[in-house]
Design a protein around this ligand. Structure first.
Ligand code: NAD
Length: 253
């Protein structure tokens, strides 16, 4: 099935980064109008320019997903500009942590939980209100394989991504009858700056990650985007509450 988003309005958070940018561009190629948002203005504006270069309508909104007022304004701005919000990809996230649990600082725990859990919760809170008002929608949240299994030296990150799956499943159950589907993607290791930072913190990571995936390599942002588009589209109309791995078999071992 050819997945198309003609006349659909899509919001991508963390749109300035690897998976977010790849997804924004994939939505644009599939005909969507795309609202790109990020707290990194330069990165978000660059993605927006790339989306426009594909001939799609695009809007950049600077927003920190941890700040309720900014998230509420973000959704309001999308609706003011495009008239509605059909699909939301809540993808902004941070890892930061490259140490064992007992060595992690409280402030680091709070930042990771703030962006990855509170951020996804706030985005869904305001997106769902809009989708209820217009009669439906589809939401995809970025979790991780670390949301399904433990992650050494990333215990807070792992806890945050387990929480994203909890939010996803609960919202899927609460709003299924209202025409709102909510799913998560759980990427394995994907080639983005997040991986570059992990390799810088521990050079051994580079040698081990590829082999950990039964497919024999790490993933590409476009491969996650393909799953995000499917979960956002009518092609997955009977799918909700799913934590969809895109992990080259990593969690099957
Ligand atoms: P990235 O760092 O390239 O992109 C993340 C983007 O989120 C950046 O543009 C950043 O500015 C933005 N962001 C961070 N905090 C924000 C905030 N408070 N408000 C708004 N925007 C914010 O990394 P990526 O690898 O593309 O990560 C995207 C998502 O994928 C994250 O949720 C990450 O946890 C998840 N993920 C990544 C991998 C991987 O291997 N790269 C694996 C599994 C899951």
């Amino acid at each position: 099935m050819d997945i198309r988003f003609d006349n659909k309005v899509v919001l991508v958070t963390g749109g300035g980064g690897g998976i977010g940018r790849a997804s924004a561009l994939a939505f644009a190629r599939a005909g969507a109008k795309v609202a790109v948002t990020d707290r990194d203005v330069a990165a978000g504006e660059e993605t927006t320019a790339q989306v426009k270069a594909l001939g799609a309508e695009a809007l950049f909104i600077a927003a920190d997903v941890m700040q309720a007022a900014q998230v509420q304004a973000m959704v309001t701005q999308v609706v003011a500009h495009f008239g509605r919000l059909d699909c939301a990809f809540n993808n902004a996230g941070i890892e930061e942590e490259h140490m064992r649990l007992a060595d992690c600082e409280e402030a680091t725990f709070d930042r990771i939980m703030g962006v990855n859990v509170k951020g996804v919760w706030l985005c869904m809170k305001y997106q769902i209100a809009q989708m209820l008002a217009q009669g439906g929608g589809a939401i995809v949240n970025t979790a991780s394989v670390a949301g399904l299994v433990g992650a050494p030296k990333m215990s807070t990150y792992s806890a945050s991504k387990h929480a994203v799956i909890g939010l996803t499943k609960s919202a899927a159950v609460e709003y299924g009858r209202k025409g709102i589907r909510v799913n998560a993607v759980c990427p394995g290791v994907i080639r983005t700056v997040m991986l570059e930072r992990a390799v810088q913190a521990d050079p051994k990571v580079a040698a081990t990650v590829a082999g950990a995936h039964p497919i024999g390599r790490i993933g590409e942002p476009d491969e996650v985007a393909a799953a995000v588009l499917w979960l956002s589209s009518d092609a997955s109309s009977f799918v909700t509450g799913l934590a969809h791995t895109v992990d080259g078999g990593l969690t099957s071992v």
